[in-house]
Design a protein around this ligand. Structure first.
Ligand code: FAD
Length: 484
């Protein structure tokens, strides 16, 4: 379906060469990082000002043209996948840091600013922005807000939602609204919380005010190797139950360790079946104490060896393996499919075992590298889309992993969002009343359903087809799944 001709003329008047209309120009935007789903957009707008964003939305609103916002396109669930007959609104040119207020520890930025650029800009003042997705060199703050992104340090310092104070949002009708407050306390309904994680369905983020934290006085990184995946997984819960809350607590299994070592030469033990990277930070005396406790607890939990990074250089090298693990694992097969589910920490070992069993059943290899402290799993399923049914098998394998997460009392997404990828699994997570509440909220912001249509929240009809619930009977649990 072609986008409305009159709307296209009006948008061209507004944007000139910053409106892409030819298939050759638009094809570069046909997917995000979930490359299995592609749809070339018919129109791509590259605004450079907030006023242009408002004007674009007014035109699209008037003519009923669907709009999909896009930051850097690193999303892993197809959230920025273009829709038929719609416009892709790329925010990456709104990339100015508007203010660093060191005294108040806040930064005000445009949505296209990359995550890491905030910390880089704040570093001279001894400050940084804590949420740190592994994609932080590339992903945009607007995308982080839309996905409520997490990262290695979110265990101690919280997700995006805990670190954003205020958002300026342009509605589909082109109005600008301010949600939250840079003081951290805003009267009225908490719509800021509603918008963070709303996957571009409620409005377009055009400005974000974030909280900055003082750079810690001392940081130490401990690598604990294990001969057994289950023991490593159990150590996570034991550590936190004992009151040690590391700044980051990441786990990798043997395939991920080997791939990361080959890619980044980061000094990982190649004979280990699993490892934990445990970072502690804070005041020097506290770190000393916490590090000692972490070592004792990890040894008691069955670690076969411990190593503390000797200095900042070694720490960076050890983290580089974890942070580049996705591309590293990506070299093992023509394609990989990154899953994202969250479970209570106490079920880590059992769910990892279930994933290993599914890997055998589906005859597809899997590597695990994830935010263990948050119970946020990232199984990377390896496959070759060029081989007969491997893509379909990988998708079924992925859906079963998410169902296992739900059965364990967890969720179908930790930080990558639902997008188009997890519409089915959302039906196992929620019943009809919750889904109807989500749709009602969407209608309140966007009555015509033009913003990112078909993403993030499945229709009841779709769920009926998915077979996970009865449209009139509410949520059906999965009786065939193992109970945890
Ligand atoms: C190698 C790799 C590692 C990753 N590691 C992590 C990780 O550790 N933690 C994590 O949480 N994620 C991770 N991700 C996923 C991804 O980077 C995050 O979801 C990120 O926040 C997406 O930002 P983006 O700018 O690329 O958004 P996009 O992919 O462009 O868009 C994502 C969603 O946000 C919406 N959106 C974008 N900008 C706006 C806006 N201004 N207003 C309204 N809606 C908007 C889009 O419509 C879409 O629904 C990783 C991805 C990759 C490829």
């Amino acid at each position: 379906m072609a986008a409305d001709a009159q709307a296209t003329r009006e948008l061209a008047d507004l944007l000139g060469p910053d409106l892409l209309v030819t298939p050759d120009a638009c094809v570069a935007f046909d997917c995000d990082a979930l490359t299995a789903h592609r749809h070339p957009p018919e129109l791509v707008a590259l605004p450079t000002t907030v006023e242009q964003v408002q004007a674009i939305l007014r035109v699209c609103h008037r003519h009923g043209v669907p709009v999909v916002a896009r930051g850097s396109g690193t999303g892993l669930s197809g959230g920025a996948l273009p829709v038929a007959g719609g416009l892709l609104l790329v925010l990456s040119r709104l990339n100015r840091i508007l203010e660093i207020d060191a005294e108040r520890c806040i930064a005000r930025v445009q949505p296209g600013v990359t995550n890491l650029a905030i910390s880089d800009a704040a570093a001279p003042d001894g400050l940084y922005y804590a949420p740190d997705p592994s994609s932080q060199v590339a992903c945009s703050v607007g995308g982080n807000v839309a996905e409520n992104s997490g990262g290695v340090h979110c265990l101690k310092y919280g997700l995006t939602v805990h670190n954003v104070l205020e958002v300026k949002l342009v509605t589909m009708a082109g109005d600008m609204i301010t949600l939250g407050a840079d003081t951290g306390e805003a009267p009225g309904l908490n719509l800021l919380g509603v918008v963070i994680g709303s996957e571009g369905m409620l409005g377009v983020v055009v400005e974000v005010t974030v909280r900055l934290l003082p750079l810690p006085g001392r940081v130490e990184l401990l690598l604990a190797a294990f001969d057994d995946v289950g023991r490593c997984a159990d150590a996570v819960g034991r550590l936190i139950a004992a009151g040690v809350v590391p700044a980051g607590l990441e786990m990798m299994d043997a395939p991920a360790i080997r791939a990361a070592e080959a890619f980044a030469q980061c000094g990982y033990p190649l004979d280990a079946q699993a490892l934990l990277l445990c970072e502690v930070d804070g005041l020097a005396a506290d770190v000393e104490h916490e590090l000692g406790r972490a070592q004792d607890l990890l040894l008691a939990a069955g670690a076969s060896s411990l190593r503390i990074a000797a200095d900042a250089d070694e720490r960076r090298r050890m983290w580089s393996g974890r942070k580049s693990a996705f591309p590293a694992v990506g070299r093992l097969a023509p394609d990989y499919y990154c899953m994202d589910g969250t479970i209570p920490r106490r079920h880590l070992a059992a769910v990892l075992e279930r994933i290993a069993a599914l890997s055998r059943e589906y005859r597809l290899a899997v590597a695990n590298v994830f935010h263990a402290g948050d119970g946020n799993l990232h199984p990377l399923i390896l496959f070759d889309a060029g081989q007969d049914d491997e893509l379909a098998r990988a998708e079924r394998f992925g859906a079963e992993i998410l169902e296992a997460c739900v059965a364990a009392g967890g969720t179908v997404t930790g930080e990558h969002g639902v997008g188009v990828e997890k519409l089915g699994p959302m039906c196992s997570q929620f019943g009809a009343p919750e889904l109807e509440a989500f749709h009602a909220l969407k209608r309140a912001f966007d009555p015509a359903g033009l913003l990112n249509p078909g993403k993030a929240v499945p229709t009841l009809q779709r769920c009926a087809e998915y077979g996970a619930m009865r449209v009139h009977g509410g949520h059906l649990p999965f009786p065939h799944l193992p109970r945890f």
